[in-house]
Design a protein around this ligand. Structure first.
Ligand code: CMP
Length: 139
């Protein structure tokens, strides 16, 4: 089925000027970028976005990292987009990511891992709403 998922190109990737390279990987996998904007998250926004992780020991570090520079937030659309995007990203920890995936090729470590992608249809819907209004997403 055609799905939409929320993708974030993280500060370690914007800092290295590889947002185009990341987008090329996504498009080559058949994902369509149907919304995209660059912004700098506030502390409050990063905390809210990652609220499910609030009790994890890496939460504050993650918030600090995600507010350390610009991010590019985007909505990807395509057949089976949520799983497909997770496949193209590779495992959260770049040391465990399959060869040829975005994280294997670009990520620095488990925190500065270059990209985020929604993990289920429910989280995708919530995460897309977090950043985009309906008229900003053009399929
Ligand atoms: P992301 O998909 O954005 O979701 C939560 C993020 O927390 C994750 O990618 C990692 O960048 C970051 N993170 C930092 N440490 C850990 C950890 N030990 N386990 C999982 N995620 C971590």
């Amino acid at each position: 089925a055609v799905e939409r998922t929320l993708s974030i190109i993280k500060p370690d990737a914007t800092e290295r000027n590889i947002t185009g390279k990341v987008n090329q990987r996504l498009e080559d996998a058949g994902l369509r970028i149907v919304a995209q904007k660059r912004l700098k998250l506030t502390e409050e926004q990063a905390k809210a976005f990652y609220i499910v992780h609030k009790d994890r020991k890496f939460y504050q570090d993650l918030v600090n990292f995600m507010t350390s520079g610009p991010v590019v937030v985007q909505v990807l659309e395509g057949d089976n987009a949520i799983a497909k995007n997770r496949e193209v990203m590779g495992a959260t920890n770049p040391e465990e990511a399959a060869p040829g995936t975005i994280r294997a090729d670009f990520a620095r470590d488990i925190e500065a891992n270059s990209v985020h992608g929604s993990d289920s249809p429910e989280t995708a819907a919530g995460e897309i709403k977090f950043f985009f209004s309906d008229i900003e997403v053009v399929g």
